[in-house]
Write a protein that binds this ligand. Sequence first.
Ligand code: SDX
Length: 392
Amino acid sequence: ETGCITFDPGYGNTGACKSAITYMDGEKGILRYRGIPIEQLAEKSTFVETAYLLIVGRLPTSEELTRTSVMLNDFSLVHENMKAFYQNYPPQAHPMGILAAMVNAMRSFYPELTDLDEEMNNTFLRLISKIRTMAAMSYKFSIGQRVTYPQPGLCYCANFLNMMFDNDVVPYHVDQDLVRALNVFWILHADHEQNCSTTAVRVVGSGRVNIYSAISAGISALWGPLHGGANQAVIQMLEKIHKDGMTIDQCIAKARDREDPFRLMGFGHRVYKTYDPRGKIMKKMCDIVLAKVKRDDPLLDIALRLEEAALEDSYFKDKHLYPNVDFYAGIVLRALGIPTNMFTVMFAIGRLPGWIAQWKEDMADPEMKISRPRQIYTGNTVNDYIPIDQRR
Ligand code: SDX
């Protein structure tokens, strides 16, 4: 039925639900948000407009987009008392753990969602606006710099970059080409059907907990290296290849070897059995942003050669393993100056509108039931309790 996933053993535990938000064809490499191809949105839309499309179900009028942008600006500050959380984290705390906690803490500072009928309501806008501020705050605290506050004259993406990199002695110069690249990066990540973290949001949300806690569950699920954590794992893999001087042939051989822990991160996908359409766009963005920052990145050269070799290799061809969205994402983020341990946080900011849209789809369904997957029992048959003095 519509709404939350019911894992029906008849589907071999790949439960399915009905949703009207995102369409994927894993064989043909198609991805559409509310029917609009990802390629058109990446070329013509902005992240805020795409967020509106996903959550409301249609593109906004000019007035609606302006009002949304104004509200995102109005909601961009974080309660000053939340700084105390950041001040008490150990310096090595991972920003994904901090983000999951901060979003969950929002329920203690901001009102519960009341009116789902409001198409794009304040709670959604509060989350979308503040996640950006909270992410930048974790970076500033980690490098011991004073927090840079959001600026009223900057758009959503420019504000984030400014909050990350502006400081009291070296003002950050907002480059519109890099702002465009960040819009595209977040558009590509905005939703992806019933992936691991979206499923977590819907399952946790089905218990009717507040939206902040449901989203926090999605952030935690995204953190894993097989999911959103892969963008950080790809860069760490490429850095290791570069540092150790591994040849491409060695990498391919190790990735094929089931006994070898080396995995080709950024390759393979549960749904796409062809090139991830987002990966194609992300690959093109590498050249654009690197040219803009006038820097070569040796990791891009390794990634390109690794992709070429893997796509020719029988193991990867036979298993339909292609680059996914994460394979080139890290190169783009490095060129934007984002530190590696913030890569998955960047994914989370992008995926938030999709999580909200999918959560809303469930909450709007009066028939929606709590998620309660069943199991196929494989344990002991019935037996009796053995007193401890008789146990061997
Ligand atoms: C994301 O679901 C989504 O939509 C996720 C996402 C989103 O937008 O939300 O697209 C974001 O999470 C992308 C994926 C990022 N993760 C990585 O790049 C990590 C590296 N990739 C793999 O670990 C793997 O491909 C998974 C986890 C993504 C999928 O693994 P599965 O479930 O095993 O996929 P599969 O069944 O298609 O694998 C087929 C075979 C298996 O071998 P056999 O059991 O047939 O012998 O290919 C093997 C896999 O072991 N395989 C790999 C491999 N990925 C799969 N072998 C070597 N290197 C790899 N990267």
